[in-house]
Design a protein around this ligand. Structure first.
Ligand code: IMP
Length: 193
């Protein structure tokens, strides 16, 4: 079954294809001829995921889903949250984002944080939302070279390693996105296709 996933991020695409399995062939916006950036200006993760999915649906008419993820840090009142991509600059600069996060937490004992993913699916039945959360903490320095974004700083609960020190399979098994995608997959498999 073909479905459009509203991302051009190769890391995310790999993670989500792995978590969804072989039944689904993911198509990117670029493969549908959509080359412009899809707007993400809503105040919530759910709002952004829905906005992206609606955009793709209106341009392609195809079943599609979009995700939006935020890193919510307790000692920072839930920031960067929905602003995670543009935390330090307008340019989605992962290195600057990680530096700023470490700076803001430098004098904080409480390192608790969680990743939260919202996935919005639009299919023949309408709009559906799925959520995935992983609790953890922010390390004092970066560890590991795999993954992307804040992965080298995030240690999931019950682990000593960061996401960037894990294989894609290990990360998917416990991650925010893995959890949200498994709910999405359940819904799609339970569907009428
Ligand atoms: P978005 O969902 O692509 O908008 O991601 C928001 C921000 O969170 C970006 O800075 C991403 O790099 C970061 N991010 C999203 N998912 C992950 C993840 O699984 N690990 C680490 N960082 C992530």
């Amino acid at each position: 079954m073909k479905i459009v996933f509203a991302t051009n991020n190769a890391h995310k695409l790999r993670e989500v294809s792995q978590a969804l399995g072989d039944t689904f062939t993911l198509v990117t916006p670029r493969e549908c001829g959509i080359t412009e950036d899809i707007p993400e200006n809503e105040p919530t993760l759910e709002g952004n995921a829905l906005a992206k999915a609606r955009y793709i649906r209106s341009r392609t008419g195809l079943d599609c889903f979009a995700d939006d993820t935020g890193l919510e840090v307790e000692a920072l009142g839930g920031e960067p949250g929905v602003h995670s991509a543009r935390y330090a600059t307008d340019g989605h600069d992962d290195e600057a984002n990680k530096r700023l996060l470490l700076e803001r937490l430098a004098d904080k004992e409480n390192r608790r944080a969680r990743f939260r993913t919202a996935i919005a699916l639009i299919d023949g039945d309408g709009e559906h939302l799925f959520e995935g959360i992983v609790e953890g903490r922010i390390a004092r320095e970066e560890h590991g070279a795999d993954g992307f974004g804040y992965d080298p700083l995030f240690v999931p609960e019950g682990e000593e390693r960061t996401f960037a020190q894990m294989s894609a399979e290990e990360k998917n098994a416990i991650s925010h996105r893995g959890r949200a995608v498994r709910l999405l997959a359940e819904h799609l498999r339970g569907g009428k296709r």
